[in-house]
Structure formats: C-alpha cells, structure tokens
Design a protein around this ligand. Structure first.
Ligand code: CP
Length: 308
C-alpha cells in the first residue's frame, strides 16, 4: 500500500502486520535515546484542518523519532484563510516534494481525494465522520497488549456513533479481527444500517454492557450536530454516561477506553476515566507507536508498490 486512507481495504494480515510493527516500536519510545534513522532524509507534512491534540502531536513525535524532517502546516495562518482550496493547498505542498502528507479534514473523503492528486503517500488522520484509521489501530494495539488477543472479545462502543469516524474505523477493524462488536447509543445517535457493518446495536447501557470485555466511550460531537438533535448533557450522562454503577454490568476485568478528547461528566465520570480499569493513557502511548509503524510501512523501500 502507498497510502493509509481507512481501515476498509486492509486485510486482517495487513492489520496484524501493522500491530506487530507498532508493538516493536513501543520499546523505542520507552528508551532514553528515542531516535531511529529509518526515515532519515524523508519529509513529512502534517496538514490539520480540524483541531487535534493527540493525533497531530503523536504524528509529529513519531516522524521525529524515526528521523524524518517534520513540518506542521499552520492551517489557521495559511492561505486557506484567503480562499485557497484544499486541493490547491495540497498540490502546492506536493510541489515541495514531501514523502508523506498527513491530513485531517472535516469532509469525508478528503484524504482519498488528495491521494489522487499528489505524488507522495497520504495518511488519513480523520476525515469528517468517515474514518480515523490510526485511532482504530492504536485502540486495537492497546486491547491486544492488555488482553492478549482481539478475536472473540465482546467490545462495546458507546455514545455518539452517528458522527464518529473512530466508531466506524473500529467497527471495521474489530470485525476483521474476529471480535464481537456492540454499539450503545440513544436511537437518534445510531446510524441506520449499523448491523450491516457488523455491530449489534443497543439503546440501553445495562443491556449493551452485559459481559463486555472492553468498554469504549465516545464524545458527543456537537460540532457535527448542526440542525440535528442535541441531547442535554445532564440527561445524557444519566442514561449514557459511564459511571461506576453502569460499569458493573461489564466483566470485572473490562477495559475502559476513550479516544479523547474527553468531556468528563458528560460521557464518562472522572473516577472511571482515572480508575484502575482505564487504559486511556496507554492508548495515547500506543498512538505514537502506531504512527511510527504506519509511516515506516508506507515509506519502506521494500514495500509493495501497489497503491492502496
Ligand atoms: N483521538 C483523537 O483523534 O484526538 P485528537 O482529536 O486530539 O487528535
């Protein structure tokens, strides 16, 4: 593959290979000397049209730890503000001969569109409500390291499924690796046809969390709710917020996950987010390793030249 545009299109073997590579990369970040030379001389441009804390900083650190030259395009002060289109911006940056372009954009399909227009590798760092492939990979790595496997686990994804690229990428990946995926949300935040994607749907936390091995909480994406139903936060927390009481329905050793950013007291109680079952900080750590693995795999000179 030349690009990583989504989890869709990756085979289970592709996914396992990336997870194995990422597993090996974890050790690099745990050493005091964190530098490798595998991407020395390569240029990475991060182009984020939407806000990000975790994804942008971990892509930057991942590139730097592999020895690449990393540039963060500051979209807020770029000529995008003067009306330059996404495509013109990307074609302009492409003329500077980067090796990899990491893009986050509010439009579904933005990364795939760029991939057709530029000569470098493109990595999707989140495109609208479509996909966030490196998030699903880091979630899978976290689960695999904690539980030793993914196949056969019951994984409940809870919250704003309708607007969530994280949910979509996770449902595709977890199904590919043989997990049993459930989604739990108010009916207004459940996309139609979710069963066809391979997820069993629930509108009750008590039912959906029963016997779960992993509980993955999602943020209410108010920025994508213009003109549609916006639940009140107090009601939402009462019925769909993860607190210690609701968590009792899951297995005793269930993992609690959240991709971030968290809204404490809305989708998750602080004591659960910071509690002994939470692996939220491990997810962040795995984010750097997964992004190292993805960029190494895409830029590996021995790689298959087929475009993704
Ligand atoms: N999980 C995630 O994508 O976080 P950021 O929006 O902070 O990058």
């Amino acid at each position: 593959h030349r690009h990583l545009l989504g989890i869709k299109g990756l085979s289970p073997a592709d996914i396992e290979l990336l997870l194995d590579r990422a597993d090996a990369a974890v050790a690099i970040s745990r050493q005091s000397e964190k530098k490798r030379n595998t991407l020395r001389g390569r240029t990475q441009i991060n182009l984020f049209y939407e806000a990000s804390t975790r994804t942008q900083s971990s892509f930057e650190l991942a590139g730097k730890r592999l020895g690449a030259d990393v540039m963060n395009m500051s979209v807020a002060s770029s000529s995008a503000k003067k009306g330059e289109t996404l495509l013109d911006t990307a074609i302009t940056l492409n003329a500077m001969r980067p090796d990899i372009l990491v893009i986050r954009h509010s439009a579904a399909g933005a990364a795939a569109l760029l991939a057709q227009k530029v000569t470098c590798s493109v990595v999707n760092a989140g495109d609208g409500a479509h996909e966030h492939p490196t998030q699903a990979l880091l979630d899978a790595l976290t689960i695999r390291r904690e539980k030793g496997r993914i196949g056969g686990l019951v994984i409940a994804i809870c919250g704003d499924i309708l607007h969530s690229r994280v949910a979509r990428s996770n449902i595709i990946l977890l199904n590919a690796l043989g997990a049993r995926v459930r989604v739990i949300a108010p009916s207004t935040l459940l996309p139609s046809g979710i069963e066809r994607m391979g997820a069993e749907s629930f509108t009750s936390m008590a039912e959906g969390l029963k016997g779960a091995d992993v509980v993955m909480m999602l943020r209410l994406q108010r920025e994508r709710m213009a003109g549609s139903f916006v639940p009140s936060t107090r009601e939402y927390f009462r019925f769909f917020g993860l607190d210690a009481e609701k968590l009792k329905a899951a297995k005793e050793d269930a993992l609690v996950m959240h991709p971030g950013p968290m809204n404490r007291g809305i989708e998750i109680a602080s004591d659960v987010a910071d509690g002994p079952r939470s692996v939220i900080q491990e997810q962040v750590e795995m984010g750097v390793a997964v992004r190292m693995a993805v960029m190494e795999a895409l830029l590996d000179p021995r790689r298959n030249e087929d475009a993704a």
